[in-house]
Design a protein around this ligand. Structure first.
Ligand code: ATP
Length: 291
């Protein structure tokens, strides 16, 4: 079974309010996706539909070509881990790891290895864990689930920087070792950019962008060079960011066409990449989208 995800004309309402509307989205098997969106954009709602935690109000959610809702064989091969995990506070870390075995693909040896690597206190109750360790426990259950589709919903937000770095590296190593589909929902955009193959941006309940990272980043550019040259080149253009140091200036433009590229080269101005976060802020700016 291929674990392609298809959402067709999907709507999710909470009461009368649309959390998601007209969502058409395909996630191909075997890629790492970044799911980005501002607060309340609909990321958790989207992941909840794919994991069959929720039923769509309208439309179809297919995983591996089959409707996922009330489809136990498919659901057992999908893991969604949310920030802080969905644990019973009275359980110990050891209990939580043992309960992972309810899932056929769960790897207890890998879970034990990760618990050791990330220094999880096995005897402590979940309620006694710090926020960061609770996040680590959630991440460990997600990794050790060894599911064909694993979704991490802001699971790493509580972790400190070195732990997040170790988590990303572990995620990548596990992915290289055992190709599967990963969706990483996050607000720490630039931090994960290098690990992603494709980006899905959700904005006010709709899919605004779905592109390979390189294509998305290729939309804009950072021009660096003599300040007066950079000013000349970017006059009248929309700037995402600018920085000046002495006579040198960097300006990030939202769009780079062939003409600007040629004029920058002729003016001796260097063309560099644009940060994913700068683009995200630009693309989800309500002034731009007519909110
Ligand atoms: N259980 C619920 N009942 C009612 N409304 C909800 C519920 N869960 C989410 N919503 C609403 O649905 C919309 C989308 O929320 P969702 O949690 O999916 O966004 P998100 O992108 O994950 O946000 P964040 O980045 O803040 O976690 C928001 O307007 C939110 O208020």
């Amino acid at each position: 079974m291929s674990f392609t995800v298809n959402l067709r004309d999907v709507t999710l309402k909470y009461g009368d309010a649309d959390a998601l509307a007209d969502v058409d989205l395909t996630l191909e098997a075997g890629k790492i996706y970044g799911l980005l969106g501002r607060n309340g954009a609909g990321k958790t709602s989207l992941l909840s539909l794919i994991a069959a935690f929720r039923r769509p109000t309208g439309g179809d959610v297919l995983v591996g070509g089959e409707p996922v809702w009330e489809n136990a064989p498919v659901v057992s091969r999908v893991a969604l881990v949310r920030e802080g995990g969905d644990f019973d506070d009275a359980d110990t870390v050891k209990d939580v790891l043992a309960s992972g075995e309810l899932r056929p693909s769960f790897d207890p040896d890998y879970a034990a290895k990760l618990a050791d690597k990330f220094e999880l206190p096995l005897k402590k109750k979940v309620r006694e864990l710090s926020r960061g360790k609770r996040s680590v426990l959630a991440a460990v259950t997600g990794l050790a689930a060894r599911a064909e589709l694993t979704m991490f919903d802001e699971v790493h937000l509580g972790m400190d920087a070195p732990t997040r770095d170790a988590f990303y590296k572990e995620l990548l190593a596990e992915y290289m070792d055992r190709p599967h589909t990963v969706v990483l929902s996050t607000h720490l955009i630039d931090e994960v950019a290098n690990y992603l193959e494709e980006v899905v941006i959700v904005d006010r309940g709709r899919v605004l962008v779905h592109q390979p990272v390189e294509t998305l980043q290729g939309r804009g550019a950072t021009l660096t060079g003599a300040a007066d040259r950079v000013d000349e080149l970017t006059e009248g253009l929309e700037l995402l960011a600018e920085q000046r140091l002495g006579g040198t200036k960097s300006a990030t433009v939202a769009a780079l066409d062939a003409d600007l590229r040629a004029r920058a080269a002729a003016a001796g101005v260097e063309i560099g990449p644009v940060g994913l976060q700068d683009l995200f802020i630009h693309l989800t700016n309500p002034d731009r989208n007519g909110a």
